[in-house]
Every structure is written in structure tokens, then in C-alpha cells.
Design a protein around this ligand. Sequence first.
Ligand code: ARG
Length: 463
Amino acid sequence: MESDSMAIRKTIVGHVDAAVLAFTAGKDVQLDLALAEADCIGTAAHVTMLSRMPGVNILTERDRNAVVRELITIMRAARRGTFRIRPEDQDVHLAVERLLTQKLGHVGKRVHTARSRNDQVATDLRLYAKERLLTLQDRMADLAGALLRLARRHVNVPMVGRTHLQPAMPSSVGLWASAHAESLLDDAILLRAAYDVNNRCPLGSAASYGVSLPIDRALTARLLGFHGPHQNVLYAGNGRGKCESAILASLAQVMVTLSRFAEDLILFAMPEFGYFTMPAAFGTGSSIMPQKNNPDVLELIRARAKIVSAHSAAVTAIVQGLPSGYSRDLQETKEPFLEGLRVTAACVDVLVPFVEQLRVNRQKLLAGFTPAVFATDRALELVAGGMPFRDAYDQVKANLGELSMVNPKLAIRAKTHLGAPGGLDFRGFAARVHQEHRHVAAERRRFHGAVTRLLGVDYPALG
Ligand code: ARG
């Protein structure tokens, strides 16, 4: 490469060609703004630990307090939108170090003792993900709750159950809506598993090989409200990307649930079905056809499910086969990760009021029933009278034209075993929703309490 002296930029870590800097920093200069708060919190824990290190005087308690004060100032600036990452900073980590050194001189120059940007960024991402996952889990429980309320209000409203999209058996709005709720509650299990994987602190693993100073990794993990530190420092580094991959896999499952719910509604809100009416405020209309109220929201959820799935695939692919220890490839996991979290949360958020305001059209739902829908019920009636099932099946099949219409309400009430339209365990569902909210509340208390103690100001208020 031509070394044009005009194009050389001085950075904290040496002189780099401006074009190379732009290429390697990539989008970090913007993306890392999202990590500013987490970076400051991680640094606060690190300097607190350094100030308490036995036998080695790197930072006094006074120094530590000065650093934490500056970090809070940076966090406030980040919230106001006035914190900037310069191209020469490369990323948020060096931008924060630059500001600390500008303000505090030699004290600022000491903060990077016994850590690397690799453990720093891993810690930042875990802290960031923690907050986002808790918010998402809470909203998923809200959405499951909304679906269950819809189900409960319409537990006896008949709806044709379908296989291959063809009319199959009598079913109910209650069964349909609570099916999507249960799916979401299962996704919450996956999300919590990913949360647990995310709940280990990589800080102090430095470049993945440890440092020759008596750092206390259990202390920093505790100060940050993590469940504990990673054991192995090499795994702490290798966990970057892997953890993101696990989280994205759980998000992709959430999106599978949302996209199937969206698809059902796109179909059943069509005028030809008319089972449901979308809330008016959710239709965006057409620029040419005045009568239109299109399900754009649902279509975007359907498409975004594929995008989150692609983000998940991208991150998994980047991590696959990487050698142990940091490689810059890992930087490229950041954008799909942040995007996956953002998109999934937005989709859950938009659906909560959608479900709350969804209108159910009983008459249209009833109109979907034909005698054929009761064919299986009729066969089972014959079975109850003693006929072998295969004979009953053959008899009904041979006389399909003679099937008579049944009151669909009675047909769904007759199915009373566990999980059937007349046997839905709403108390069990409610307990699961409650459990999700409780988990979020307890984890938030633990996390925010730890950060509040660490910073000495109320967090997340930063008041
Ligand atoms: N911006 C970098 C990333 O996201 C930070 C770590 C850089 N570390 C390094 N050894 N170059 O991966």
C-alpha cells in the first residue's frame, strides 16, 4: 500500500492509514454508540477492582472515584446524544479511554491495566444483551398474556380447525389464540437459557490468556451483577459470538412464533374469511385504492422473521471454525446481533396492542362451518357406541353427504380433555406468564441494584 503521509492517522494504539482505519473500524464508530453505557459500567467495575487489588497500587480509591464520576458524565452524554466516537478511536473502548485520559491525565492512562478490548467488548455485549433480553422477556409475557385474554374471552367461540389449510375439525378462537401464547411461553424458555449463557462475566480474561497481576475476576463479576465469571479465560474470549449465536437462535424462535401468528391473521382477516378485523389504526392504507386497509404490520413481521433467522445464521457461520483466541472476524457479529435484538423487540412490542384491539367476528366464524367439519366427531360417536374405529371411519366416509350440521359450540364444549377446546388450562398458562414476569423483576433488581451500588447513583435513572 502507498504510504501517503497525509493519510496516516494517529490513534491511541499507533499510526494507521486512514483508509485502513475506515475499513477495519467499519461500522463500529456508529454501532458502538449503543454500547457506550455498558462500556462505562464495565470500566467502573474494572477500576473498582484495580483499586482494591492487594499489594499493587495501580489506582487509589480516590482515583477510582474520579474515574467513576467521569464515566457517569460520559453515560449521561451518551444518553443526550453528545458522546462521539472518532474514526481514530476505532471503537467505543478507546473513545472512553481517550476521554478519561483527557480529563484525568495519568489516572486515565491506567484504566486499561490488566484488560484487553476483547474482554471489554465481550463484557459490554453481555451487559447490553442482559438489559435487552429482560425487556424482551417481559414484553413476550405481556403478549402471551394478551393472547390468553383473547383466548379466554372467546373460549366458546367456534372456529374451523384446519390442516393443509382445509377445513378439518371444530375448534375455537380460544384454542387458536392460546396455541400461539403457549408457543411464545416455550420461546421464553429458550430465551432464558440464552440469558443464563449470557450471564457470565468475561472481564479480566484480557487477551484470553490471563494477566500477571492478582486481579479478582469474581469481584468484577459480582460488581456487575453477573451470576459469576467465566472459569476459563480462553473460553471467556471464545464465548464471544457463541453467546450471540445462542441468543439469536432463541430470538429466531420467537420470530417463528410471531410470523405464524401473523400469517394466520393475514389469512383470516381477509374479507373472504372475515374471522377477525384488524384494529383500524394498524392498517396503513393504499395510496391509490381508497377502500384498502392492508395488513402491512403482519407482513413485515413475516419478513422480519426471515431477517432475524438470517442474522442468526450469519453469526453462527462467522464463529464456526474460528481458531481459539480473538480474531477480528468477531467484530462482524456485532451488527447482526444488535439488529436481531432490536427487530425482535419491535415485533413483540407492536403485537401487544394489536392483539388487545383485535376484533373477533362470531358470525363469520360460524359461517365457516359445514357438516363435513363434524365427520370425525361423528365417527367417534359411533366408536363410543361400540363400533371399531376403522369401521366407523369407513361408514362415515361412505355417507359423507348425509352428515348433519351440529351446533359448533356444543362440538367444542364436548372436547374436554386436557388442552382440547373445552379443556384449556388457563390457570396453568397464567402461572407461566407470571413466572416470566417474576424472573424479569428479580433479575432486574439484581442487575440494577449491583450497578447502582457500583456507580453510587441510582441506575438506570442515573439521577
Ligand atoms: N471493535 C473490536 C471488536 O468489536 C474490538 C476488539 C478489537 N480487538 C482487537 N484485538 N483488534 O471486535
